[in-house]
Design a protein around this ligand. Structure first.
Ligand code: MN
Length: 298
């Protein structure tokens, strides 16, 4: 069974002691296996305090972040590359000290709107730095998952196929593709086929809907998504990610364009998403059994 997680932004905009304690307690109360905490600035996370809250509530943690333009490892600029590598190493240390096993997000470029396409040299720099950082992560049994996002959030990985190619170039066993159905809905020609074709390279999944509100209240064919996830044999973590102007603060609000209030009650949203995800996975597994076992001629 896939471990099911919830993005901390459903509850809190930051990771102060109070925010951390509330977000972890509420995530556990709803029934999730883990929380995904944003680590845009890893120095704002207190690992010892975080671990205490996780142990008290009996759930796990994973992290996600995006680099900024000043630490963009795909820029081709040596200094920016050095700063990006340092930030990724800081995130690995925080993840290790909190007992996390996955760091996802836009680890390969800046997280934001580019005005120019990437360069071959910039992508080569990103591949080289990620290969080095992956070796550090491997020593703590941490997997780096590269999130494929829409064109307004990076110019490097916008399709699952590009994600697979990048992971193959890095060629480290602990670097995998991180897919997000919200982004896929913008960029992929066929979401289900893209998930199947990512196959064994898929290491992390973000669910949500087309407007990032309640699952099933948007336009994405989520039944088709979950059937593809099951048919791809994917057993890794699945995190529900949703943003409302009710919670999100800067810089995420500005980068992601969170202007509308899509929900007020985070608890209701999170409980619904957990129920919805479990129901979709169950339905997809039954559909697969119907196809493989129960539709045979006697
Ligand atoms: Mn995402």
């Amino acid at each position: 069974m896939n471990k099911l997680g919830l993005h901390a932004l459903v509850w809190e905009a930051g990771w102060s002691h109070d925010e951390c304690a509330r977000a972890i307690a509420k995530t556990a109360e709803v029934g999730y296996d883990f929380i995904e905490a944003p680590a845009l600035d890893p120095s704002l996370i207190d690992p010892a305090f975080t671990v205490k809250q996780l142990e008290k509530n009996g759930i796990g943690i994973n992290f996600s972040l995006g680099l900024d333009f000043d630490s963009d490892i795909s820029s081709g600029d040596r200094e920016k590359g050095r700063r990006g590598k340092t930030k990724l190493e800081e995130a690995i240390a925080v993840c290790r000290d909190c007992g996390g096993k996955y760091i996802g997000g836009i680890l390969y470029s800046a997280f934001g709107k580019y005005t120019v396409p990437p360069t071959k040299a910039g992508i080569a720099q990103s591949v080289d730095i990620l290969r080095e950082v992956a070796a550090t992560a491997a020593r703590s049994d941490i997997t780096l998952v590269l999130e494929v996002v829409n064109r307004y959030e990076s110019n490097v990985l916008n399709t699952a196929a590009q994600g697979v190619e990048m992971v193959k170039r890095i060629a480290a066993p602990n670097v995998k593709v991180h897919l997000d159905v919200y982004h896929m809905n913008i960029e992929e020609s066929d979401i289900a086929s893209a998930i199947i074709q990512t196959g064994e390279h898929l290491g992390y999944l973000h669910t949500g809907d087309s407007h990032r509100g309640y699952m099933g209240s948007g336009t994405i064919d989520l039944a088709g998504v979950f059937r593809a996830v099951v048919n791809a044999g994917y057993k890794g973590p699945i995190t529900f990610e949703s943003f409302s102007s009710r919670v999100v603060g800067q810089p995420l609000e500005g980068i992601l364009g969170i202007w509308r209030n899509l929900w007020d009650d985070g608890h209701d949203l999170a409980a619904h998403a957990l129920m919805y995800t479990k129901a979709q996975l169950k339905a997809a597994e039954e559909a697969r059994r119907q196809t493989l076992e129960r539709s045979r001629l006697l």
